[in-house]
Each structure stands twice: as structure tokens, then as C-alpha cells.
Design a protein around this ligand. Sequence first.
Ligand code: SF4
Length: 335
Amino acid sequence: MKKIKAIALFSGGLDSVLAARIMLDQGIDVIGVHFVLPFIKNHKPCYIVAEAASTLGMECRMETMGQDYLDIIRNPRYGYGSGINPCIDCKIYMLKQAKRIAEEIGAEFIVTGEVLGQRPMSQHRNAMELLEKDSGLKGRILRPLSAKSFPETIAEKEGWVRREDMLSISGRGRDAQFHLAEETGIDTYTPVAGGCMLTEKHFAMKMKDLLAHNENTSWDDVQVLNFGRHFRFGNSKIIVGRNMNENESLWKYKRQGDLVFELSYEVPGPTTILQGNKSEESKALAAALTLRYSDFNDTEALVFFGENQLGNEITGNISFIEKSDFFNITTGTKE
Ligand code: SF4
């Protein structure tokens, strides 16, 4: 007999592994879908997620977030959480992607590791019902860890899975999940990631500034928010690396047209990126900040700059910092 297929949203974390395990034990052909989220701190490399899936004997697809996800962050229908995190819209986006894949491969329903009451914004009952409705998946989302606390889904009604084997875990505690993992011998799952940076105040301020000044924001622009000190000077943005790794990352993620500033090789100092308006004043400020955050003790020094080759020179002068009207994007103050 042909096996019933389901798509499982698979972060690789314990809840998603347990949910997939329960479905596999019901004889369902489960295909995992993992979303690679560029704004998750310490995001686990895809091979670790793939390993968790393969331990379950399950195929797992890696999906990247499209440009349309950035439009959601810019203008979420259901608003933000504590930062610039559009959790409900974010979940709807993922569910819609899962629905698209399900239609492509003939999967009948979607499985998630969601637990009723675990997250304040997106895992209370009303939000979870809204997710179903807005993703066009009414009755087709099965949450095995909390399924008994919800009305029967199509998968249960059709007898593809046994409702009596579903669970009714709720709340923020994790004891029930750890107990279940021990009982079922599950020990391959990714540790909890460092959290979503969209929820963090400082990252949210950088993201808001980015969206306010760039109509065509790209994922590379978002990646740059992870590195350096960020300053706003009118229509210019200046990013100063804080260590060697950040300097390398700024070179890697800089966009075409950005100017890079550095002191000579003999002086340890930051890589600085100038984005947006490249006026003489903004170049002078970028040079001054490059000098300010270097190990050079003088108040004036030659700074090299250019787009790819640093073939131009400008004098960086610390006094220019005092004269300029700019602010640190994350603190709103001048440093
Ligand atoms: S915390 Fe971040 S990744 Fe998670 S649902 Fe909210 S916006 Fe999406």
C-alpha cells in the first residue's frame, strides 16, 4: 500500500525531532524541511540538522528564505514581538513554503514540533489557529506534541495517524520532551540555537535603520548587521569592524559601490565600510573613525580607501568626529 506522505518543519531541535519520530512511528513517510534563517544566532550548520534527520531515517530539504521574507519583516500583517520579529507572519511564511512543497511531492499534511503555550507570540491557541487559516492549511497541520489539545486534524480523521498516540504537552517547561527523548532513545538533535536576533533590541534597531534607508534590501545587507559598530551620518552608513574576523566578514559581505577604509598594513586597525552617500564629509568621517578605533595613537593619519583596491588616500583626523553630527545606530548616541 502507498504510504501517506507528510512534510515536517524540521529545525533539528528536540521538539521537531520528537514530532517527526512520532509520525515515522505511525508509518508516515515524513520529509523534513529545514529553513536556513540568516538571523538565528549560532545557527547550526546544515550538516548537523541533516545528521539529526538521517538518524531518524528521514530525508531533509534545506530551504533558504527568499527576498519576499524581507518584505514581511518590513511590513508584517500581524506586527512585531519584542524587537522586529514578525513571529506570526514568519510562521505563516514557513507554512506556506511547506504547503508548496507538499503540493509538489504529493504530501497530505504538515507536521510541526509546536507546543501549545511554549512561545508567547506564536504558540498560544488563537495564534496557532490563525497560522492554520492564513497558511491555507486548515485541518492539515498536525502538532503531535500537543495534538490532543486541539480538534482532530484531517490526518487523524482519515485514520492516517492514531489520535490516541498523540500527546497533550503544553507550556514552556521542557521536562516532558526530555523524558520522551530518553524513553525513545533520541539523543541526536541540535542544541537550542542562540535565539532569533530579530527579537534583540540592538539588532532590531540596526534592521529598522537598514529598512528605512534601503528600498531594495538584500540578504547580504542583513548579514552585514552581524558585524561591527554601525553609525548613521545622514544618508551615509559607516560600519567599523571590531576585530580581525569582523574585518574579514565586512570585506566578504560589502556591496558593490561600498567604499572600504583601512590604515596601512603596519598599524593594527579596523576595516571600515562606507555605504550610501559618499560625500567628502562622509569619507572624512569614515577615515576619522577608522583611525579612532585603531591602535594608532596620533590624532591624524593617512587612511587608504577604495572599492576593491585601496588605491586612494585621505587624511583621517580625530577632530572631525567631534565636529560631525552622527550617531551609533544601536545606542542612538555619539561615541
Ligand atoms: S523568533 Fe524569529 S525565527 Fe522564530 S518565528 Fe519569530 S521571527 Fe521567526
